[in-house]
Design a protein around this ligand. Structure first.
Ligand SMILES: Nc1ncnc2c1ncn2[C@@H]1O[C@H](COP(=O)(O)OP(=O)(O)O)[C@@H](O)[C@H]1O
Ligand SMILES: [Mg+2]
Length: 296
């Protein structure tokens, strides 16, 4: 008898939003941030929520990530409606299946890179020695072998975000949510960070849901969901991840990211903190100040 290959769900629906709505109440005023939105994301897809500032991208991402509660509709992740989960079950579910990358990195400043990366494993009750080994492996992968004992303040923005990525991926979550993960980085570092996220996701068949206002970054995606005024304007499938003839393979993307890592590592001693010049890489400079602070 021939054994069937294990079905890991790759290429099948992993997230489904059905008529999702989010209304904020500010005194008497009602703000409809997400208005009756429906779409699907497949396991293994790199999916991008693209739209201008204030269009409802972050709200939608936070609803899917279980950070905020929807006002209506259903959000199904791995077939489970996260809206009907208790707080406790949702917290467990998030720990088990979800990872997060933030625009403002959200690293703990008093901890070293290695301690920051170990953090999600503490909650998963991974033994200390194994935790350390996994964190070291991850930091080496993101090209920070020589920066493992540094604290966030002793690293450049790009390096801090690499730590953020290592932390998001260390427990190999099935889905990684990222809200403008390169929003505070210069163009070159942005491309490196994007390649890194994509390479890692492809290697482990992980699903990425990334928010951006930048159409150039949406080029990395398999699926682009365009958001406007709380509505989905269009869903564009650029790469069918179920198509075996698509040459957008995990190996190719990962090899490219790895090459860049190695180059980065070689250059590392010279890397100094590069201040981000507001507006330089932000095609809506000034408009997006709320995002810059890491707030919505
Ligand atoms: N906590 C909140 N309270 C009230 N209004 C909010 C809140 N968060 C977001 N909004 C509003 O919802 C809309 C969508 O915001 P957001 O999802 O942050 O957009 P984007 O991420 O696309 O810039 C905006 O009008 C914003 O002002
Ligand atoms: Mg936002």
């Amino acid at each position: 008898m021939v054994a069937k290959p294990m079905d890991d769900g790759y290429g099948k629906k992993i997230i489904e939003c059905k008529n999702v709505k989010k209304v904020y109440r500010m005194g008497k005023e009602k703000i409809v941030a997400v208005n009756d939105v429906s779409f699907e994301i497949l396991k293994g897809e790199f999916c991008c929520l693209l739209g201008t500032s204030g269009s409802g991208k972050s709200t939608l991402l936070n609803l899917m990530a279980g950070i905020e509660k929807a006002s209506g509709g259903g959000i199904f992740i791995k077939g489970k409606n996260i809206r009907s989960m208790s707080e406790k079950d949702l917290a467990k579910f998030r720990q088990q299946y979800l990872g997060f990358v933030f625009q403002s990195y959200n690293l703990l400043n008093s901890m070293t890179a290695i301690e920051n990366v170990e953090f999600p494993l503490v909650f998963k009750r991974v033994p200390a020695k194994q935790r350390r080994r996994m964190a070291i492996e991850m930091l080496t992968k993101v090209g920070l072998k020589t920066r493992m004992n540094h604290k966030p303040k002793e690293m450049s923005g790009g390096q801090q975000q690499r730590v953020g990525i290592a932390r998001a991926f260390v427990a190999k979550p099935e889905i990684v949510f990222a809200d403008e993960p390169t929003g505070n980085l210069d163009t070159k570092t942005t491309m490196e960070v994007m390649d890194l996220i994509k390479g890692m996701a492809r290697e482990n068949k992980q699903t990425i849901v990334m928010v951006t206002h930048d159409p150039r970054l949406a080029e990395y995606a398999d699926k682009i969901i365009r958001v406007l005024d709380g509505n989905v304007q269009s869903v564009e499938v650029r790469h069918d991840i179920n198509d075996p003839n698509d040459n957008y393979t995990a190996e190719a993307i990962h090899a490219q990211a790895k090459k860049q890592d190695m180059e980065m590592e070689k250059q590392e001693p010279e890397v100094k903190y590069v201040p981000v010049i507001p507006g330089e890489d932000d095609n809506q400079s000034g408009v997006n100040n709320m995002d810059k602070s890491g707030n919505k």
